[in-house]
Design a protein around this ligand. Structure first.
Ligand SMILES: [Fe+2]
Length: 300
């Protein structure tokens, strides 16, 4: 895989007047890459006032506690999520001191604030015409804002949504791995991810360099296919990134099959991996849905 830079992208456009569109991408790259491989896009959000630190502080103050996750930022690439060290500060202090406090923070589900909802909706409206022919049924659009100190690290992990990471401020180095390569990400790791809800993984030394390498600058964005493993390191400045995500119905089926396989493996069985026999996947999906329905009836 190759190191990619995007020096050739036009960085001259600035947010001096409200742009007609927020995102700009090559339709062919989108059609070829969406949910299959990473590709770069351009956006016009870098100077948007919703991403000023003062505005983000206000947003954090208005969000419920469970919408804010933060911790120390000087982490190793392989980090047990349960043992992630705290930074000893409040969420507000973390934002106010982000330049020096060596921390990592994410504000989750920012669309609960109407201003961020409008921004997210506009982004999704621009993506939808291109994603629908490939993965129809866009739903559950959600936004996450990462506010991180210089040199902080996001450990090696996977995510379960379609994702575009828009770099707003500072530079970020991203290592992104092919989630379709079973020597990098096994079915058992995916079963554990969906079944045990554990996002962090262990990057094997022999796989460390088998990745796409990007350095995102403000104005640039990157598409992460679903469950493609990655880890991230900030450069020498404070970084702010806006992650815009959504789901599609095919992801629910995939998740259900992996959860069923996780359970079967816990019972000592050797389940057919997801995708190995589509008819069997259908049965597992139906069984999962039926079980959940019955559970729902009894819990009412
Ligand atoms: Fe991620």
């Amino acid at each position: 895989m190759t190191t990619t830079t995007i020096d050739d992208l036009d960085q001259t456009q600035v947010y001096s007047t409200k742009p007609a569109t927020l995102l700009d991408f090559d339709p062919i790259s989108f059609a070829e890459g969406f949910d299959r491989q990473p590709f770069l896009i351009t956006h016009w959000l870098s100077e948007h006032p919703l991403f000023d630190l003062d505005r983000l502080l206000k947003l954090a103050q208005s969000l419920p506690e469970n919408h804010i996750e933060y911790n120390a930022g000087n982490l190793p690439v392989n980090q047990d999520l349960k043992l992630t060290p705290r930074n000893g500060l409040s969420a507000e202090e973390t934002i106010q001191r982000i330049r020096d406090c060596k921390s990592w923070m994410v504000l989750k589900w920012v669309e609960t604030d109407p201003a961020y909802r409008a921004l997210l909706d506009q982004c999704m409206a621009e993506i939808r015409p291109h994603s629908e022919p490939i993965r129809p049924g866009m739903k559950q659009a959600q936004g996450f804002i990462f506010i991180t100190s210089p040199r902080s690290v996001t450990p090696y992990h996977i995510d379960h949504e379609h994702n575009f990471l828009l770099q707003i401020r500072g530079n970020k180095k991203i290592r992104l791995f092919d989630g379709h390569d079973e020597s990098i990400l096994s079915h058992q790791e995916l079963e554990h991810f969906y079944g045990a809800r554990s996002r962090n993984l262990v990057l094997k030394p022999e796989n460390a360099e088998r990745c796409w390498k990007y350095e995102l600058e403000p104005g640039q964005g990157l598409h992460f296919p679903v469950t493609f493993p990655h880890w991230v390191e900030n450069c020498d400045d404070v970084s702010i990134s806006f992650s815009i995500t959504f789901r599609t119905p095919d992801l629910e089926r995939r998740r259900a099959v992996y959860i069923v396989n996780h359970r079967l493996r816990q019972w000592g069985l050797q389940p057919t991996p997801y995708g190995g026999r589509p008819a069997r996947d259908d049965w597992k999906y139906l069984a999962y849905r039926a079980t959940n329905k019955v559970r729902g009836m009894f819990s009412r």
